[in-house]
Design a protein around this ligand. Structure first.
Ligand code: MG
Length: 258
């Protein structure tokens, strides 16, 4: 069952996601070589708590922090700690909140200092895949249309998608129906309807999309060690496409013209 949210609920989801966006802005301003992931996590948590919300990831199935921070070959679910950011790597920041019982969730991958052409292209392509996916998330399209455009965008660029982790519905729980694949799964799936709220999150890899989980039980890495990027927005399905709830002024966020 995919929930349909009222405008009142959508407004609460917008507030939860506005706090996510504010925390992302804070994290973005801290991205530079030498900063530890723990420092970023603490700052993110402060923004969330100061806004009267709860960090949705902290304690979720035992996750120990408010932010998932993942470098280069790490795809998602990296645990903040002593590790410092290094110039030349890409770093995915994923943040979730709960505000008045409603959830927000968004991720963005940043370049730390100057990065090589491959990593730059990976960021551009994953960001583009997300914006294309948001555009097809309109009333009357099918769920699988999202996977189709993400996979097409990735394949055209010579990249691969991660199949073991997926996007999701979001609302009164962090993860609700449906699961949103980042590939064409061969069947149209349910029809999208106005009022569905979805966290769409392409994970695209420079090499193969196969992944494994590290011994810490959380960090997902590519099996071939090639870099990976991850972008996510929470959106509401509308007549003309997805309306982004987790808007931020941070670069690489928002609607694109291409
Ligand atoms: Mg998510």
């Amino acid at each position: 069952m995919i929930a349909l949210r009222s405008e009142r609920e959508i407004d609460l989801l917008r507030q939860a996601n506005a706090i996510v966006a504010k925390a992302h802005q804070q994290a973005y301003e801290m991205i530079e070589p030498g900063v530890s992931t723990r420092e970023i996590d603490k700052a993110v948590e402060s923004v969330i708590l100061d806004a009267g919300a709860k960090p949705a990831f902290k304690g979720y199935h035992g996750f120990p922090a408010s932010t998932c921070i993942s470098f280069d070959e790490e795809v998602v679910h990296g645990i903040p700690g002593k590790r410092k950011l290094r110039a030349g790597e890409i770093v995915s920041i994923d943040i979730g909140t709960c505000y008045k019982g409603y959830y927000g969730d968004a991720a963005v991958t940043h370049a730390c200092g100057a990065v090589d052409a491959l990593r730059m292209k990976l960021l551009d392509v994953t960001d583009l895949a997300l914006s294309r996916a948001i555009r097809v998330a309109c009333d009357g399209n099918y769920l699988n249309d999202i996977g189709i455009v993400v996979e097409q965008t990735s394949t055209e660029a010579g990249f691969d998608v991660v199949r073991d982790f997926v996007g999701h519905g979001i609302g009164l729980e962090l993860h609700e129906d449906p699961q949103i694949m980042n590939y064409d799964n061969g069947s149209p799936g349910p029809r999208l309807k106005s009022g569905m709220v979805l966290a769409i999150e392409p994970m695209i890899t420079a090499g193969r999309g196969a992944v494994r989980v590290l011994k810490d039980g959380w960090t997902v890495v590519t099996r071939d060690g090639k870099p990976s990027a991850h972008f996510e927005h929470s959106i509401v399905v509308r007549e003309t496409g997805g309306e982004i709830l987790s808007w931020s002024d941070s670069p690489r966020w928002g609607e694109r013209s291409d």
